[in-house]
Design a protein around this ligand. Structure first.
Ligand SMILES: Cc1cc2nc3c(=O)[nH]c(=O)nc-3n(C[C@H](O)[C@H](O)[C@H](O)COP(=O)(O)O)c2cc1C
Length: 304
């Protein structure tokens, strides 16, 4: 653990202001894992240095150690290291992911039910029988009907998020840097073409991994005040007069905290304005993300 930062330092950076409840370094509410989690920042500037193979494989093992919905493990990942493929991937997300070209590894996370599909085909070709109880035998089902429901791709995406975050935490614990890449969804078919991914497998998000360039002008980005994030026992609706005033104040505090952060790294609009811009239809419609339902349908998901 980098002991030059106390829990109070980490929490002050995370919220853009001191928190009154910061634990002591030797308290049982603090350890090296928490120190690494609280120190996270996305990295977009890389040293020209490869990621060690042993480290890469350990990071992948950490990803596979993540829990998986019903242990279906409907996730795969492509580790992209080839410089030409990195260059091509960098063009997919345009300015949001030009850094892919310089990251030694980009992990591309896939919704992948190919194991289930393979087993269903094999089972149809060579049926096996299992005990149906009371001395009876029954066929193993092969209809894959669950894939007609939106539940399956949603759960696969959740599994991807959990596994990829395990990879990110593992990489950061080794002193590497990471940044997620939703920008790959700007053109899923193009990502498929570049990486030879079949139509029934969906590349959903990327994760760059590499050695952070210490000259990058970036830091720990403050998050919303915990009072806006944490609800205790019941959802805290903020639609009463007092609640609305409270929310206005807390959001204003956050705009100020993020404004202070951004002023150190260049000028940016207020977070609240940024959020509203990103929630316009145009923000989705300007890329092929608007076609996601079509991509999922072509991949064999019914989305009922
Ligand atoms: C699902 C997801 C997709 C993201 N996509 C991109 C991306 O395409 N390009 C990028 O530069 N950053 C991307 N990010 C990084 C976020 O911009 C970043 O996490 C956020 O601004 C908070 O900053 P921090 O990670 O440094 O704390 C993504 C993050 C997540 C979780």
């Amino acid at each position: 653990m980098d002991s030059s930062f106390s829990p109070g330092d980490r929490l002050t950076a995370r919220y853009g202001q001191p928190v009154p409840w910061a634990p002591r370094p030797d308290s049982d509410a603090w350890n090296a894992t928490l120190d690494a989690l609280l120190a996270h920042r996305s990295v977009r500037k890389w040293l020209d240095r490869p990621v060690d193979e042993e480290q890469l494989l350990t990071v992948i093992a950490a990803a596979q150690s993540a829990p998986s919905s019903s242990n279906k493990q409907a996730v795969s990942v492509i580790a992209v290291e080839d410089p030409d493929l990195r260059r091509q991937l960098a063009l997919v997300g345009k300015q949001m992911s030009s850094h892919i070209e310089h990251a030694p590894v980009t992990l591309v996370w896939l919704i992948d039910f190919s194991r289930g599909r393979f087993l269903a085909h094999r089972e149809q070709a060579h049926p096996s029988e299992v005990s149906g109880g009371h001395g009876t035998a029954k066929r193993v089902p092969t209809d894959l009907g669950a894939l007609d429901y939106i539940e399956e791709p949603m759960m696969a995406v959740l599994d991807i998020g959990i596994a990829a975050q395990n990879a990110a935490v593992a990489a950061e614990s080794l002193g590497l840097g990471t940044v997620f890449l939703g920008s790959l969804r700007n053109d899923i078919d193009e990502v498929r073409r570049i990486l030879g991914i079949p139509e029934d497998v969906v590349p959903f998000v990327g994760l760059e991994i590499g050695h952070p360039d210490p000259t990058e002008n970036a830091g720990v980005k403050p998050r919303l005040p915990m009072d806006l994030f944490l609800h205790r026992d019941r959802y805290n609706r903020r639609d009463s007069a007092a609640g609305t005033a409270d929310q206005t104040r807390l959001l204003g505090d956050y705009d100020d905290a993020l404004g202070t952060y951004y002023s150190r790294y260049g000028s940016h609009p207020r977070w609240s304005h940024q959020l509203l811009n990103r929630l316009t239809a145009g923000a989705t419609e300007k890329s092929k993300r608007r076609l996601l339902r079509d991509v999922l349908r072509r991949a064999g998901f019914g989305l009922r």
